[in-house]
Design a protein around this ligand. Structure first.
Ligand SMILES: Cc1cc2nc3c(=O)[nH]c(=O)nc-3n(C[C@H](O)[C@H](O)[C@H](O)COP(=O)(O)OP(=O)(O)OC[C@H]3O[C@@H](n4cnc5c(N)ncnc54)[C@H](O)[C@@H]3O)c2cc1C
Length: 328
């Protein structure tokens, strides 16, 4: 294949991460607009014929590099393997997830292939046969449209998780699988020895559809139990502002914002969070924002779709009871 659109997926623990289907779906929309084919590259271990599922999302061919040294992302193994495959494929456009690993991978890959990268994109459009990418600037205060220099190939862009709709284009379709022997460097300086997951099967903040987040207004770590109960009822993940993390009330992995995680859930409930610009940078693109704050002038209300001016210690227990009743 020369030309066309290629998506890079994330395959972990025997399955695709949800964001892979989002990127494949957007890849299909871009490929249709450009009038070309869509292929996918799948790196990982124990993939077998699972890559066929990408066909549902419009991928016609999946190039699979199945190797146990690719089970977990390391730049040292992934970048040369992908560079080799992409040099062979020569796609015009490469889309990948703007996940934690994807952000690292995209930048390294672009440098390796000496091309341009648009990071953390939230929209694409094709005009006169050229792809353009929209991405946030100045911690999400505004957005800019970008295009690649005509000499830059492939045009690489990473897609912000939870922004692009997953679209099944053909339920019965299966991608044709081409297995390749990956060019993993023989002596890896860095190897993943083990992966320790957080206990309790916590929902990953970056993939959560609903997030309940608490800030300094929670007054102490013990009060987060309230948010955990509500989150459990809503099938939500629990997040936190930096103030709550710096106070040692929550682990850093829960922090949402400029120096934490960027999240885009359907519903973000901010409880006792003022809405500093650095916090908004991490959750401002959520589809619906609900803010609970006793200060009517808190900046979070300028971003919220629904605002509750109330003491959170009064509101959250009542709201939780109502959710329980609604769920029967
Ligand atoms: C370089 C840099 C990077 C940063 N990165 C991040 C980041 O990634 N994420 C982040 O969150 N912050 C970040 N910050 C910090 C940020 O500027 C704010 O200090 C922080 O977000 C404030 O957290 P907060 O809203 O929980 O606390 P506060 O600003 O203190 O707000 C607490 C809110 O709780 C309300 N409240 C208090 N009691 C109650 C009650 N009983 N009922 C209802 N409401 C109540 C108050 O009215 C207030 O609005 C960063 C700062 C810098 C300089």
């Amino acid at each position: 294949m020369a030309g066309g659109v290629c998506v890079l997926t994330e395959f972990q623990d025997g399955d695709f991460r949800k964001v892979s289907y989002e990127v494949a779906s957007e890849g299909k929309r871009v490929a249709d607009a450009l009038g070309c084919d869509l292929c996918a590259v799948v790196l990982g271990s124990g993939i077998g014929d699972k890559a066929g599922v990408l066909g549902k999302y419009g991928v016609s061919r999946a190039i699979v590099a199945d190797d146990e040294r690719l089970a977990n992302y390391t730049a040292e193994a992934y970048v040369p393997v992908l560079s080799e495959i992409l040099k062979e494929l020569e796609p015009d456009v490469v889309l990948l997830p703007a996940s934690l690993n994807g952000k690292d991978l995209g930048a390294r890959l672009a440098a390796h292939l000496q091309t341009g990268l648009a990071m953390d994109c939230t929209e694409f459009k094709v005009e006169d046969g050229t792809i353009k990418a929209k991405r946030p600037l100045f911690a999400g205060k505004c957005f800019g449209w970008y295009e690649w220099d005509s000499s830059a190939r492939p045009q690489i862009a990473s897609c912000r998780p939870n922004v692009f709709e997953r679209t099944v284009v053909d339920e019965g379709a299966s991608a044709e699988i081409s297995a390749v022997t990956p060019a993993v460097p023989s002596e890896l300086k860095v190897q993943v020895v083990s992966v320790e997951k957080e206990e309790g099967g916590k929902i990953d903040l970056t993939e959560a559809e609903v997030i309940v987040s608490g800030g300094r207004g929670m007054k102490g770590p013990e009060n987060f139990k309230m948010l955990e109960e509500l989150a459990q009822l809503l099938g939500a993940a629990v997040g936190a502002s930096r103030a709550a993390v710096d106070a040692g009330w929550r682990p850093h992995s829960d922090q949402v914002g400029q120096t934490g995680k960027v999240v885009t859930p359907n519903l973000y409930i901010a409880v006792g969070i003022s809405g500093a610009i650095q916090h908004l940078a991490g959750m401002g693109s959520s589809k619906y924002i609900v803010a609970v704050n006793k200060d009517p002038d808190a900046p979070i209300f300028s971003k919220a779709d629904y605002g509750i001016v109330e003491d959170l210690f009064k509101f959250i227990p009542i709201f939780t009871e109502e959710v329980k009743k609604a769920k029967g």
